[in-house]
Ligand binder design. Sequence first.
Ligand SMILES: Nc1ncnc2c1ncn2[C@@H]1O[C@H](COP(=O)(O)OP(=O)(O)OP(=O)(O)O)[C@@H](O)[C@H]1O
Ligand SMILES: Nc1ncnc2c1ncn2[C@@H]1O[C@H](COP(=O)(O)OP(=O)(O)OP(=O)(O)O)[C@@H](O)[C@H]1O
Ligand SMILES: [Mg+2]
Ligand SMILES: [Mg+2]
Lengths: 256, 256
Amino acid sequence: MARIVAVVNQKGGVGKTTTTVNLAACLGELGQRVLVVDSDPQSNATTGLGIDKRKLRATLYEVLLDQAAASETRLTTASNGVDILPATVELTGADLELVDAPRREYRLRDALRTVRDEYDLVLIDCPPSLGLLTLNALVAADGVLIPIQCEFYALEGYSQLLKTVLRVRASFNHSLAIDGVLLTMYDGRTANSAQVASEVRRYFAHLVFDTVIARNVRLAEAPSHGQAISTYDSNSKGALNYRQLAEEVVRRAGEE
Amino acid sequence: MARIVAVVNQKGGVGKTTTTVNLAACLGELGQRVLVVDSDPQSNATTGLGIDKRKLRATLYEVLLDQAAASETRLTTASNGVDILPATVELTGADLELVDAPRREYRLRDALRTVRDEYDLVLIDCPPSLGLLTLNALVAADGVLIPIQCEFYALEGYSQLLKTVLRVRASFNHSLAIDGVLLTMYDGRTANSAQVASEVRRYFAHLVFDTVIARNVRLAEAPSHGQAISTYDSNSKGALNYRQLAEEVVRRAGEE
Ligand SMILES: Nc1ncnc2c1ncn2[C@@H]1O[C@H](COP(=O)(O)OP(=O)(O)OP(=O)(O)O)[C@@H](O)[C@H]1O
Ligand SMILES: Nc1ncnc2c1ncn2[C@@H]1O[C@H](COP(=O)(O)OP(=O)(O)OP(=O)(O)O)[C@@H](O)[C@H]1O
Ligand SMILES: [Mg+2]
Ligand SMILES: [Mg+2]
């Protein structure tokens, strides 16, 4: 049975989508079957995996509103072993339309129940907010992966995030765990990155992945080609880092 | 009477806070009086302007809930001519508490009416979402300033943002204008930045500021010292760019 992991941090631009897309692709290279769920109306993960949004008949929006099944909405991608449950900007409407709906927090969890057994891992890319879409992801998930950018402002949001995780654990999903904290955009040339990294390690201790994702411009270029880094530039530092992360994720899963 | 400008983009990490803090400081250097309103629970602008959050008695949260007046909550900062209406993580609660409140969209607008005449400009730093806090900012504002990071993923969100601006203009605030679009984190070493910049100019035409903010690590370092770039490193590229922007904003205001 697949583990469902929400990639979440309400601080914006910390590498949630970049981590979701590239970790999925690198796990696919290791022979794992991964479903990416794009739960951000900006739908960057859908574009990052090369999907043409203009051709989509159904997306996560229809799935959450019970107008389509997850099994009919997911698509294969150009990355081996990686499927996606895509999104478009229409997903913004789900917040409003589900305000009074029954079981509105459990919609994603219920929808994924029908497909999760076909995968080793489900990765949910969350928007930079703690609204209904992120709440759905946290209720559906077994664990969270928290990317933290190695820059000062990124240090200020995680107490809010942890409070939200604890609240979801208390009211909706008792087994929600923190699978790991990932340091991203580490820039070895500045003291800033090292200071932030050591502060994060002090706070989160063993939860912090050994793998650190360095700042690497190839990671920012790959999405414009609709490719994961392992396809766009297999020899880049970004590809190396995300392959290391994929191996660490597999190793950690085996140790549980 | 002060112009109220909301610095807004639901895409995360595009430079909203960095622009709010540094544009305010550089306008202060030109002799303008600026009020920064921090309407993001992550309260990065509050930290970026050197405020110790542990010592705050009242913040924007109390102001929105009518428990404190804006005039008693704002603080002076170390940047000449710049005051701040600070925030803490508690602001997250405003969303929930105002759900059924009367005039919930007008709370910020009403609160700022009492202080705006003491300033030349009010800059509202928004969170990376289009929820009630951003809605309050759009209803209170005369115009919006939209930072767009020169990276591919940042191209995918502005249709959602423009729809929201139009909706607010139709239902709450008929005179809301787009004051400008600011290109940020431009990295001359990669083709990516130039492609994104030309795409943004094609879409927004004359609305795009002539000033482009280059990627400059000193901008990411300044917040850890609680200083604006003009204080932290006055000779940096980042300080130069934001001074240029301040001059352009003043020039544009004069031409209206
Ligand atoms: N390690 C890295 N090195 C360089 N650029 C990166 C790296 N990781 C991500 N980026 C770029 O930084 C920007 C922000 O990353 P990304 O969009 O993945 O963050 P996010 O947390 O998903 O943002 P949002 O909060 O808007 O969802 C993107 O343009 C991305 O291409
Ligand atoms: N021109 C720049 N060059 C280098 N770093 C920058 C630049 N502008 C902003 N940064 C850094 O990039 C990160 C994101 O910027 P910032 O926090 O201002 O964005 P934001 O849009 O306010 O994010 P959020 O969506 O979380 O509110 C911060 O660590 C900031 O210090
Ligand atoms: Mg994202
Ligand atoms: Mg910000």
